[in-house]
Design a protein around this ligand. Structure first.
Ligand code: PMP
Length: 360
């Protein structure tokens, strides 16, 4: 389809064209039932099947070991920032956070509202992941929280800290399913859907069951993980349409060959853009240490704001969408999530080369 934009939005973000077309095809008549998936009961056998199948697809793609539960919740990743300490930061314990950017700071803020909270590491400048090999965690630690990919700063963990018996919890909102991971390293992972999983409205949580044993009694029903586990994510009305699109996205990833293949394509896509930055002799300025560069969000700057404005204006005129950096950091950012086609990245890299020729 030639009128699809070169979509580099940070989230909500590009969805695979094939998924949108399938959803369009099924919109008024889901699997021959004469209604859309939005018009049926979440207690119907069709929705229960969709719910089950979506969990199974995730288990398969992420290779989730036994002993973990998959949940589809609401309230976005931001609600998880609070639910994690509410459920796991019991009296007499401390929570630990490694801060590598803006989203980690927001998660930290919620934990501080709830209990004793400790920053285990935070670099002065958000340009890299701190050295995690020497990490010291107290015995009374409830968990260590990390942000596997900082969406605004474009900083991504390549290896995850070994926390021994202390639960490791990761916000994977902007890099879930971009590469294979070893789920057994984590006690919990979570992600708002609106980057790699589907539309906004649903939040994925994968949690190890033994974490749920000590949830304090006073935590309200909807904010307790055990409520949603007992009800298989059907305690209240779930975001049915969002889960439906997630289901289609997971099938699309499977058809692409799974996460190994997806990672390979993501690396090829981002190399096109990082190469232009690295070969520009300082015209484009990368803001992240090479070792920690993200394959999902590529922030870059130009030498002055005037030139950046020009870059954004001209790229928009040429059909590129979403390249403005987050308002908190400025500059540019290309978000290259799974559904962003190789061709869009190729086109952007060519635009960048041309822009430099005209303005360098
Ligand atoms: N964590 C990260 C890493 C994010 O990128 C975002 C959203 N951009 C959030 C948390 C917040 O997600 P939500 O809007 O779903 O609450």
């Amino acid at each position: 389809m030639s009128n699809r934009a070169y979509n580099f939005n940070a989230g909500p973000a590009a969805l695979p064209l094939e998924v949108l077309q399938k959803a369009q095809e099924e919109l008024v008549d889901y699997q021959g039932i004469g209604m859309s998936v939005m018009e049926i009961s979440h207690r119907s056998k069709e929705y229960e099947q969709l719910n089950e199948e979506t969990q199974e697809l995730l288990s398969e793609l992420l290779n989730i070991p036994s002993g973990y539960k998959t949940l589809f919740l609401q309230g976005g990743a931001s609600t998880q920032f609070a639910m994690i300490p509410l459920n796991f930061l019991n009296a007499g314990k401390v929570s630990n956070y490694i801060i590598t950017g803006s989203w980690g700071k927001k998660a930290l803020k919620e934990s501080k509202l709830i209990g004793e909270t400790f920053v285990s590491a935070q670099p002065e400048k958000f340009s890299h992941v701190p050295d995690i090999s020497q990490l010291q965690l107290q015995n009374d630690s409830a968990y260590l929280h990390i942000t596997s990919n900082e969406t605004i700063e474009g900083i991504q963990y390549q290896q995850f800290p070994d926390t021994g018996s202390i639960p490791l919890i990761a916000d994977m909102s902007s890099d879930i399913l971009c590469r294979p991971i070893d789920v057994s390293q984590f006690a919990m992972i979570y992600a708002g859907a609106q980057k790699n999983l589907g539309p906004s409205g649903v939040t994925l949580v994968v949690v190890r069951e033994d974490l749920l044993e000590d949830i304090p009694d006073h935590i309200p029903t909807m904010l307790r993980y055990d409520t949603h586990i007992k009800a298989n994510s059907l305690y209240n009305t779930p975001p049915v349409y969002s889960v439906y699109i997630v289901n289609l996205v997971l099938k699309w990833i499977k058809e692409k060959g799974g996460l190994e293949q997806i990672e390979k394509i993501n690396r090829e896509k981002t190399k096109l853009i990082y190469d232009v930055i690295d070969e520009s002799q300082g015209f484009y300025i990368g803001t992240v240490d090479k070792k920690d560069r993200s394959i999902m969000n590529i922030p870059f700057r130009l030498k002055d704001e005037h030139l950046e404005k020009q870059f954004l204006k001209q790229s928009e005129e040429d059909g590129f969408v979403g390249l403005k950096g987050h308002r908190s950091v400025g500059g540019m950012r290309a978000s290259t999530y799974n559904a962003v086609p190789f061709e869009s990245c190729k086109a952007l890299s060519q635009f960048m080369v041309e822009f430099q020729k005209r303005n360098g």
